[in-house]
Design a protein around this ligand. Structure first.
Ligand SMILES: [Zn+2]
Length: 222
């Protein structure tokens, strides 16, 4: 299977209205013929922006896991819980489905997302031609998970509500919850900033074939 890209075929798509149109090479920024938005061949500074957001998310991942996400105060005393101590608490108290949900949603998924996005950004930056189809699929998975990222926040909220209902304890969100929310949001924006088309830019078109096909579609040249 050989590939070509719209960019190589001299086409550019509008970010705003998605219209595909021929690229005009000039010093002036090219505007969309339909909606007037500025056209970019690829998301501008995609890799740099993805990196900045990823690094910020990775840094905040540390306080998100070390600082307490929940503060419980009851007649028996006050207690601070980090994500991990919450998981351990649920596990030992027999609520293992809840323990698994919190562990997967709050520890495993954010870590995997950060790792996958870092891998995609590194390979795109190095103009890698390694498994483009698999990398595109990985990107799609990360994007799809993005919609469910708030599940973790939902779980925390649900737990707070449940514990409040069960006991007379007063539960408030700790500073870790803020860091955690920031990790989720930063990772979501990072995956939006990454331009998956970069994956295909350096993939070999099988020399000649694609170029010949392009020439054929743009009319006879000989
Ligand atoms: Zn447009």
């Amino acid at each position: 299977m050989k590939y070509t890209t719209a960019s190589r075929a001299g086409l550019v798509a509008c970010h705003a209205c998605s219209r595909v149109q021929p690229r005009v090479r000039s010093k002036e920024p090219q505007l969309c013929t339909r909606c007037g938005a500025v056209l970019h061949r690829r998301n501008p500074d995609s890799l740099m922006r993805t990196w900045a957001l990823l690094i910020a998310a990775a840094v905040l991942y540390i306080p998100a896991n070390l600082l307490p996400v929940m503060h419980t105060s009851s007649l028996l005393g006050a207690e601070d819980d980090t994500i991990m101590s919450g998981v351990v608490y649920f596990w030992t108290s027999g609520d293992w489905p809840l323990a698994i949900i919190v562990f997967v949603a709050s520890i495993l998924v954010p870590m995997l997302k950060l790792t996958v996005l870092a891998l995609l950004t590194i390979t795109a930056q190095r103009h890698s031609t390694w498994r483009p189809l698999e990398r595109t699929k990985l990107y799609r998975i990360v994007e799809r998970i993005g919609r469910w990222s708030m599940l973790d926040i939902f779980v925390i909220t649900l737990t707070v509500a449940l514990v409040r209902f069960k006991s007379l304890a007063v539960i408030t969100a700790g500073p870790g919850a803020l860091a955690f929310g920031s990790v989720v949001i930063l990772t979501m924006i990072a995956s939006m900033q990454f331009d998956p088309r970069l994956i295909w830019d350096d993939v070999d078109t099988g020399t000649g074939d694609a170029a010949r096909a392009n020439r054929n579609t743009s009319g006879p040249t000989t």
